[in-house]
Ligand binder design. Structure first.
Ligand code: ADQ
Length: 467
């Protein structure tokens, strides 16, 4: 039996010190690796004067990790550059924010080459390799050049954009060609899968075979939709832990009988935070009698602060929340509580549980795990209402939420009103439907499904659709 080797940009399995502070990717993978005899390979987060190729191998939180340092220039060009200033905005349909710079391309390929060069000596004959996310799209092609013939899978955590959007990327075809060195490509949704297939067929002279496989560049690969889930059972348990209960009580006491509308996001332009603030303001304007009856609790943790766009967004959100509060607040009511810090998972679970409404309204999102966590955190006897963007990948599985178009300010304002007034019976019904999906399609289901398909144990249906 071979091992599972997971490769991602950052490697951060939860240690005791870090429980509850990781993003979606880290939480999802740590659950997978704890059970497998696995290795997690990636960047240490540290920089070094000159790249040496030295690997630091250690155990963190029960997981063997293999870490490499990178040079400061690597981080600048590959991570802050190509990954977060080229691919991230492009794949989230923000072509206006995309930076195309030759040094970014070079840095991206250089770091992927460095990953391949340091990883390949670790690979044994029967190992399965599973590469994560947009930082490492060309990694398989570089491993193949080292003679690695193992099964290699790739999972994209963010959306795959529509063909014409993707085609704005210089050398888009070369990048897609490297993807044909994987055995299996995983996307979050059918939507992303379809967009990729459309590119292959219409822009890469490829074809979709009758069994669903994709053929282009002289190679045949498989691709499917594998919607990621959360550690649902653990999260539900966390929501009734002592820590969560303490936070729940803290929130409920500070609510003073007012309904709490909650958002929890990384501070990122893809999450639609400005649009959300404006929709909430619209709701207050449309329903003046709700003033003093509700408040918005927005938790937005700063990320990628080295990138200017993020600093600018933060400044705009500071100003917007200040303006809404300045215009609407009274001496004993603040309409927006805006918090820029991170919380532990059990604390977050307590906050979700004390919420009457959850606002998850990204403009584009691969999946969005907050939507699933919000549902898992609720008290089924008196559950809060989830308002969910149709452009979050999660919407495909979570139709029992109030689905909104985040670009439609009036519709969002009215969805907030509907959620605030929703009768208990309807809230319970919707929550029950949502909870069923969150529990069944959790992170273990996701991992097992992908790994089984990578091993070729999964069936490929004749039309490829349900694969
Ligand atoms: P992200 O863009 O990071 O992930 P998301 O799926 O919402 O988005 O995951 C965020 C995670 O960070 C959640 O577990 C959440 O609880 C946590 N988090 C957010 N704000 C926090 C705060 N203030 N304090 C503590 N924790 C906080 C990318 C993609 C998503 C995809 C995931 C997983 O962009 O679309 O769902 O990967 O595939």
């Amino acid at each position: 039996m071979g091992r599972l080797i997971v490769v991602s940009n950052r490697v951060n399995p939860p240690s005791d010190a870090s429980v509850g502070t990781q993003g979606g990717l880290a939480m999802a993978l740590s659950a997978a690796l704890r059970e497998e005899n696995g290795i997690w390979f990636g960047w240490s987060g540290q920089t070094t004067e000159a790249f040496t190729g030295h690997l630091s191998i250690q155990k963190i939180g029960g997981v063997t990790v293999a870490l490499t340092d990178l040079e400061a220039q690597d981080v600048q060009e590959y991570y802050n550059g190509y990954a977060n200033r080229t691919l991230w905005p492009l794949f989230h349909y923000r072509t206006d924010l995309v930076a195309f710079e030759r040094s970014f391309d070079e840095g991206y390929l250089r770091v992927n080459q460095r990953f391949a060069d340091t990883l390949f000596p670790l690979v044994e004959k029967e190992d399965l390799l599973w590469v994560q996310d947009y930082h490492l799209l060309p990694l398989a092609s570089m491993l193949r050049k080292h003679g690695v013939s193992n099964r290699i899978g790739f999972f994209l955590h963010i959306p795959w954009p529509a063909m014409r959007v993707f085609q704005t990327l210089p050398k888009h075809r070369e990048l897609v060609e490297t993807l044909f060195d994987y055995d299996l490509l995983g996307f979050q949704t059918e939507d992303s899968l379809n967009a990729f297939q459309e590119y292959v067929v219409h822009a890469a002279d490829g074809e979709r075979l009758p069994d669903g496989r994709l053929r282009a560049f002289g190679k045949t690969i498989r691709a499917g939709a594998f919607p990621i889930g959360i550690d649902s059972e653990d999260f539900t348990a966390a929501a009734t832990s002592d820590k969560a209960l303490a936070f729940y009580n803290l929130m409920r006491n500070s609510q003073a009988g007012r309904k709490m509308i909650t958002g929890v996001d990384r501070l990122d332009y893809s999450k639609g935070l400005e649009e959300r603030f404006l929709a909430y303001e619209q709701f207050l304007n449309n329903h003046p009698r709700m003033e003093g009856e509700v408040f918005l609790m927005q938790i937005a943790t700063a990320t990628r602060e080295e990138v200017n766009t993020y600093q600018e967004l933060r400044a705009r959100l500071d100003s917007l929340s200040g303006r809404i509060n300045g215009e609407h607040a009274t001496i004993d009511w603040v309409p927006v509580r805006y918090v820029n810090r991170a919380y532990r998972r059990d604390e977050l679970a307590g906050i979700y549980r004390a919420s009457h409404v959850g606002l998850v309204t990204p403009l584009r999102d691969g999946m969005n795990l907050v939507a699933k966590e919000f549902v898992a955190g609720q008290d089924e006897r008196d559950p809060g209402v989830l308002i969910l963007s149709e452009f979050a990948g999660a919407a495909a599985q979570m139709q029992a939420a109030l689905i909104v178009n985040p670009f439609d300010r009036q519709a969002m304002a009215e969805a907030i009103a509907e959620a605030v007034h929703m009768p208990l019976k309807e809230r319970r019904q919707r929550h029950e439907d949502l909870m069923r999906g969150v529990m069944a399609e959790d992170v273990v289901w996701w991992r097992n499904d992908f790994v089984a398909k990578l091993k070729d144990e999964g069936e490929v249906t004749p039309d490829g659709d349900t694969f």
